[in-house]
Design a protein around this ligand. Structure first.
Ligand code: FAD
Length: 209
């Protein structure tokens, strides 16, 4: 993407499919002429679901918690992780996965190592000292991902947003992505359903040619 940004290429197209999350689209793409105000407002009103969240996966040689008949599934109000799940695979790759209770504003105050240490401390409290002997930690904070969220998405969403298509504009400008799907917006299913609808719109537009 950064490479593309520096090497400007002009394309002429009959149909434009926009697949960026709505707020990011509005913030990072220069439209000339500008998008009508009602569309801009609509795009702004569609936050990226889960955009304020972070996930962590800690891998181990063995799912040692199972030896003690522990499921590995936890809901906690004490520690950086609010929800923890056993994320081991059927191929014997053992892992615990967690969602954070710390909001982005607090997470940002710590470097990666401190976050890792806090998580391991919590796992040791919950599952015992064997949790110290992990193999790898994979930490992804979506609130830091400039290709997914905007500043406004760093606020936790209290209720599920209302998603769907923006008001009608140019027929050949297609909005496709999870937030543009009425039924399953915010979820993977919404992204799939929305791209399927985009496909049929393109097919219809092409048949007029
Ligand atoms: C923490 C978290 C947990 C989630 N958990 C679940 C779950 O359990 N179940 C579920 O169903 N869904 C879940 N989701 C939601 C799911 O991931 C999304 O609904 C889905 O990925 C949206 O797909 P999309 O194609 O619409 O958008 P995206 O996957 O966001 O794709 C947009 C793409 O555009 C790219 N891009 C951005 N800017 C530019 C640019 N200027 N130029 C070119 N490319 C650009 C981005 O890099 C990205 O690849 C979760 C999301 C998050 C963040």
């Amino acid at each position: 993407y950064d490479e593309l940004k520096n090497n400007r290429i002009n394309y002429n197209a009959d149909i434009l499919v926009l697949t960026l999350p709505p707020r990011l689209l509005l913030e990072t793409i220069n439209f000339k002429p500008s998008l009508p105000e009602n569309i801009q407002i609509d795009l702004l009103s569609k936050p990226t679901w889960m955009g304020a969240q972070a996930k962590i996966v800690v891998t181990f040689d063995k799912a040692f918690w199972r030896d003690e008949n522990l499921s590995g599934n936890v809901v906690s109000w004490a520690g950086p992780l609010r929800e923890i799940y056993d994320a081991s695979t059927e191929r014997d790759e053992s892992a615990l996965f967690g969602f954070f209770s710390l909001p982005p504003s607090i997470r940002n105050q710590y470097d990666k190592e401190s976050i890792h240490n806090k998580v391991i401390d919590q796992l040791v409290r919950l599952f015992g000292p064997k949790a110290k002997y992990y193999n790898n930690i994979f930490y992804k904070d979506w609130s830091q991902d400039k290709h997914t969220v905007t500043e406004g998405d760093k606020l936790n969403i209290e209720s599920f947003p209302s998603y769907g298509q923006p008001p009608k504009y140019a027929e050949n400008m297609i909005f496709s992505g999870t937030e543009y799907d009425e039924q399953h917006g915010g979820h993977l299913e919404g992204a799939l359903s929305s791209s399927e609808k985009a496909y049929y719109k393109i097919k219809k537009l092409m048949s007029y040619k």
